[in-house]
Design a protein around this ligand. Structure first.
Ligand SMILES: *Cc1c(COP(=O)(O)O)cnc(C)c1O
Length: 412
C-alpha cells in the first residue's frame, strides 16, 4: 500500500511536500492529545505551533470532545429552515464575551469566511467601496480576504483582486490618517500581526485606529482570528487597549481545536442589511450545530480555566527563556517578541530559521514560520501547557541553536 505522504505529494501538494521533506517532517500524523502529537512511526512531538493559534485548549480537550459527541448523537447539521439551538446560544455567548456593543453574529466555517462577511457587511452598511489593510497583514486566502492580504506570492497569480484596497504600514497612525477619506468603508487590523511575524503594535495604535475610523465614518474591523480567545493574554487582543471595534472576526481557536468554525461579530446597525435582505449573506455549513457545540464548550473551558491569565503567566516564563537564548546566540537570533503565548523568534535570516525549525522537529518540537514573514518562527503552544512543557521546548531550542551553529560553521 502506498504511504500517505507519497499520496499527499502526488495528489495534494507536491511543493508543500517538498518543504516538509526539507524540514524533516515527511511524516504522517497518527493521533494527538493535549500538547502532544504522534506520527505513524510512534515519534512524539510537542506541538508549539498549535495550528497557528487554533489549539488553545490543546488537542482533543475532553470537554469539547464530549460536547461534540453529544451533539453528534442528536443532530450534527441544521436543516436551516428550523432554528438551531447550539448556534443561537453560541451567538448570544459571543455577544456576551466580545467588547461592548457587539451583539450580532454571522457564522462561517473559517477565518477567511469571517473576513468575507466583514467585507460585505462593511460595504453594505457604509455604501462605500474602499478597504484599508496593513503591510504584513494576513486575513485569509479567499478572493476578498486575499485582497486584504498584501503579499505578492499569494496575490499576483490570482489577480485581478477586489478593487478599492489601500495598504498602509502596520503600527503607523500617520500613514493611516493619510489613507482615510470619505470613500473608506473599513480599516481591518490584527491586534497583533500573526503571519506578518508576531508584530505587536506600538501602544495607542489600536485606539488610534478606532479614533480615525470613527472620525471618517468608517468601520474598524478587528481581525481576531489568531489573537482571539486568550492567545495574547487577554480574551481578545483589542482588550489591551480597551477598544471596541465595529466588527470582530474570530475563528481558529473558536472551535476548541475540534471543529472548524468562523464568526463575524458586530454592532446591530452594521448588520441592519439583514433586516431588509435576510439572505444577503449565508453559508450552508456556517455555525452548524456540531461546530457550535464545540465552540460553546471551548468558550466555557477558556473562561473556567482562566486561560488568558494562564497565557500571560506561561508566556512570560517562555519569553524569559527565549530572551536568554537570544542573548546567548545573537548571531542567530535578531529579536524575540510577542504577547501572551503568541511569541515570535526573528532569526538573522530566513535560512537560519529554516535550519532551526528542522532541528527542532528532529528533537520532537513542532514550530513554523509566519506565512508573510519567513524570518520569524512563531511559538503558539496550547494555553493549557505548564512550565515543564516550556522547559522541554527551551532545551530543545537550545540544542537546535547549537546544532545550527555547527552546521553554519561547516558552510564557512
Ligand atoms: C488564519 C487567519 C485568517 C484565515 O483563517 P482561515 O481559517 O485559514 O481561513 C484570517 N485572519 C487571521 C488574522 C489569521 O491568522
Amino acid at each position: 500500500m502506498t504511504d500517505a505522504f507519497t499520496l499527499f505529494e502526488r495528489h495534494v501538494n507536491p511543493g508543500l511536500a517538498g518543504l516538509l521533506r526539507f524540514t524533516g517532517l515527511d511524516r504522517v500524523e497518527s493521533h494527538a492529545e493535549g500538547p502532544y502529537v504522534w506520527d505513524t512511526t510512534g515519534k512524539r512531538y510537542l506541538d508549539f505551533l498549535g495550528l497557528y493559534g487554533t489549539l488553545n485548549l490543546g488537542h482533543r480537550h475532553p470537554k469539547v470532545v464530549e460536547a461534540v459527541k453529544r451533539q453528534l448523537d442528536r443532530m450534527p447539521m441544521s436543516v436551516r429552515v428550523l432554528v438551531s439551538e447550539p448556534t443561537a446560544r453560541l451567538a448570544a455567548k459571543l455577544a456576551e464575551i466580545t467588547p461592548e456593543g457587539l451583539e450580532m453574529v454571522f457564522f462561517g466555517n473559517s477565518g477567511a469566511e469571517a473576513v468575507e462577511a466583514a467585507i460585505k457587511l462593511a460595504r453594505a452598511h457604509t455604501g462605500r467601496p474602499t478597504l484599508v489593510t496593513t503591510e504584513g497583514g494576513f486575513h485569509g486566502k479567499t478572493m476578498g480576504a486575499l485582497s486584504l492580504t498584501p503579499r505578492p506570492q499569494y496575490q499576483d497569480p490570482a489577480k485581478p483582486l477586489l478593487p478599492g484596497v489601500r495598504v498602509v504600514p502596520y503600527g503607523d497612525l500617520k500613514a493611516l490618517e493619510e489613507a482615510m477619506d470619505e470613500t473608506v468603508a473599513a480599516v481591518i487590523v490584527e491586534p497583533v500581526q500573526g503571519e506578518g511575524g508576531i508584530r505587536v503594535p506600538p501602544e495607542g495604535y489600536l485606539r488610534g485606529v478606532r479614533e480615525l475610523t470613527r472620525r471618517w465614518g468608517a468601520l474598524m474591523i478587528a481581525d481576531e482570528v489568531q489573537t482571539g480567545l486568550g492567545r495574547t493574554g487577554r480574551l481578545w487582543g483589542v482588550e489591551w487597549e480597551a477598544v471596541a471595534p465595529d466588527l470582530l472576526t474570530s475563528a481558529k481557536a473558536l472551535g476548541g481545536g475540534v471543529m472548524p468554525i468562523g464568526a463575524c461579530v458586530g454592532r446591530p446597525e452594521v448588520f441592519s442589511v439583514f433586516k431588509e435582505n435576510p439572505l444577503y449573506h449565508s453559508s450552508t455549513f456556517g455555525g452548524n450545530p456540531l461546530a457550535a457545540a464545540a465552540a460553546l464548550a471551548a468558550i466555557e473551558v477558556t473562561l473556567e480555566e482562566n486561560l488568558p491569565q494562564r497565557a500571560l503567566e506561561v508566556g512570560a516564563y517562555l519569553m524569559e527563556g527565549l530572551k536568554g537564548l537570544a542573548e546567548a546566540f545573537p548571531h542567530l537570533i535578531a529579536e524575540v517578541r510577542g504577547r501572551g503565548l503568541m511569541l515570535g523568534v526573528e532569526f538573522q535570516d530566513a535560512d537560519i530559521g529554516a535550519l532551526v525549525v528542522a532541528e527542532l522537529a528532529e528533537r520532537g518540537v513542532l514550530t513554523a514560520f509566519g506565512l508573510n514573514n519567513p524570518k520569524v518562527v512563531r511559538l503558539e503552544p496550547p494555553l493549557i501547557i505548564g512550565k515543564e512543557h516550556v522547559d522541554e521546548a527551551l532545551s530543545a531550542l537550545e540544542e537546535s541553536l547549537k546544532a545550527t551553529e555547527k552546521a553554519l560553521e561547516g558552510l564557512l
